[in-house]
Design a protein around this ligand. Sequence first.
Ligand code: PRP
Length: 179
Amino acid sequence: MHKDCERIMLTEEQLRARVKEVALEIDKLYEGKRPLVVGILKGSIIFYSDFIRHLTVPVELDFMAVSSYGSGAVSSGKLNIKKDLDRDVKGRDVIIVEDIIDSGFTLANLKVLLSERGAASVRIVTLLNKLERREYDIEPDFNCFDIENEFVIGYGLDYNEHYRSLPYIGILKRSVYEK
Ligand code: PRP
């Protein structure tokens, strides 16, 4: 375990098993379709790559990078699109892939945006769901794990761009972010 981890919350084995289970459920739902799978950079990349490799339906891959205007612990204002999709979503069945839903700001806004652009359907799959932190009215269609309000790192998630490549989800020691 990394020295900055308090403890491991989800092991590689737990992640592998649950990601497969959720992916197979989604795969069944999209039988006969060709969904556009939209990864939200950067946190979702590892989940995204593990998730899509369980799909048997043909998929197209695309990515967005977004942030909220302004800073601070509480999201406010409108969504800032740092990198937009390459593909037109009009008439497409879109699956948004996220690593974590916190306040819900990002996904609440993204869902509206992609629907307004004419997507035939927009569903959300998230690896982690921090229900306790929710401020916006948005729920994932598929969720791998409900988690407590802990500072999680690894498997794509970062603290100041560190720890994304850890193969498990760990809880960051308070001493690391409180110093
Ligand atoms: C994280 C996460 C979601 C968002 C969730 O991204 O990947 O996009 O925050 O928070 P919300 O529900 O309060 O909107 P972050 O801005 O940390 O960027 P990153 O994925 O590049 O780490």
